[in-house]
Design a protein around this ligand. Structure first.
Ligand code: FMN
Length: 332
């Protein structure tokens, strides 16, 4: 059988280095995670979602989320908000900070967002979206994309309509998470519904998103939807190798599971970057725990190791135990 192939994803005439994209993930897709995703072959990475209001008011939390590094290449900055004027001003701030890709969040189902008329609340009245997209388009000269869910609930599937409005207003790319707001994260992403969006906007690149946990899932999602690329979120957390493995399969080259030594090297670099970008000790410890757990997953004895290591309070001690465990695993 021939190897599964990957599409080309062209946005404003520019080809993404690969059609595999690392998703915006609040509390997760910070600089270290994005750098590792890029290194493994993600063709584009997104920031965590940033409040347009917080950015316009120049709040430190929002400013920190714009921290980047030349190593991560092109970075799509995602904003959320419910008001066109504020979003447009946020977009100008993003441009002033030197970024060339702006993404609007129309998918987040969290109550705090909905109360502000942001995230998936914006899907409730598609008719109001044209002026909002227009405001963003005129505020930001480079790439503007949107990220949507299928609709508010199963009785109100609006994704094809929203994509058509976006295309008409000059938006450059649409990402579709194949669930409704009502589903939150339950059920499975609906491939046929994503395919309907792809069919609705033939000239516009669409990224398909939802439940990709393995290279096979990525190829299946692409086959079922005809999308120009795949966005991967949870499946890449602590598993940046999913990008390399998918690219290797498409290139018909071997790509074994990462060795314990490779996992250790990744963990060491990840922890060092975390120290640079996260000031809050509790937040940093939470990230160390998450990634020590993730990078040890699947190795013999790893459940027992996690039980012991994660019972420790001190992040340095947790990393030291992980180092010992991974060195022993490599030698075994
Ligand atoms: C912890 C977490 C944080 C997320 N944060 C964002 C976000 O900031 N912006 C956004 O558009 N989507 C966000 N999402 C949604 C993801 O980008 C993605 O659409 C969803 O998880 C489905 O893809 P997956 O199955 O590959 O994870 C988040 C999801 C999770 C689980």
């Amino acid at each position: 059988m021939p190897p599964p192939s990957l599409p080309e994803c062209r946005v404003r005439g520019r080809r993404l280095p690969s059609p595999l994209v690392f998703a915006p993930l609040s509390g997760v897709s910070n600089l270290p995670a994005r750098l590792l995703a890029r290194e493994a072959g993600a063709g584009l990475v997104f920031t965590e979602t940033i409040s347009a209001r917080a950015l316009v008011e120049d709040r430190p939390g929002a400013r920190r989320k714009l921290t980047t590094d030349p190593g991560e290449g092109r970075l799509a900055v995602q904003l959320f908000g419910g008001e066109a004027d504020l979003l447009a001003e946020g977009a100008r701030r993003v441009a002033d900070a030197g970024f060339d890709w702006l993404d609007l969040n129309l998918g987040c189902p969290v109550k705090k967002f909905l109360r502000a008329g942001a995230g998936s609340a914006l899907l409730r009245e598609p008719a109001k979206l044209a002026p909002l997209f227009r405001a963003l388009r005129s505020a930001f000269t480079e790439t503007v994309s949107i990220k949507i869910r299928l609709g508010w609930d199963a009785a109100h599937i609006v994704a094809p309509e929203v994509a058509r409005i976006a295309a008409a207003e000059g938006i450059d790319l649409v990402t579709v998470h194949g669930r409704t707001r009502a589903q939150q994260y339950r059920g499975r992403a609906d491939h046929a519904a994503i395919a309907d969006v792809v069919a609705a906007v033939p000239g516009l690149p669409v990224l398909a998103n939802g439940d990709v946990r393995s290279p096979d899932d990525a190829f299946t999602l692409l086959r079922h939807t005809g999308a120009a690329g795949v966005m991967i979120g949870r499946g890449a957390v602590g598993n940046p190798w999913i990008f390399a493995q998918t690219l290797a399969l498409a290139a018909n080259t071997p790509c074994p599971e990462p060795s314990a030594a490779h996992r250790l090297d990744t963990l060491e670099r990840h922890v060092a970057w975390l120290a640079h970008v996260i000031d809050d000790p509790d937040a940093r410890t939470a990230q160390v725990r998450r990634y020590v757990a993730a990078y040890s997953k699947g190795l013999p004895g790893s459940s027992r190791f996690r039980e012991n290591a994660l019972a420790e309070a001190c992040p340095d001690r947790i990393v030291a135990l992980a180092r010992d465990f991974l060195i022993r695993s490599e030698a075994a």
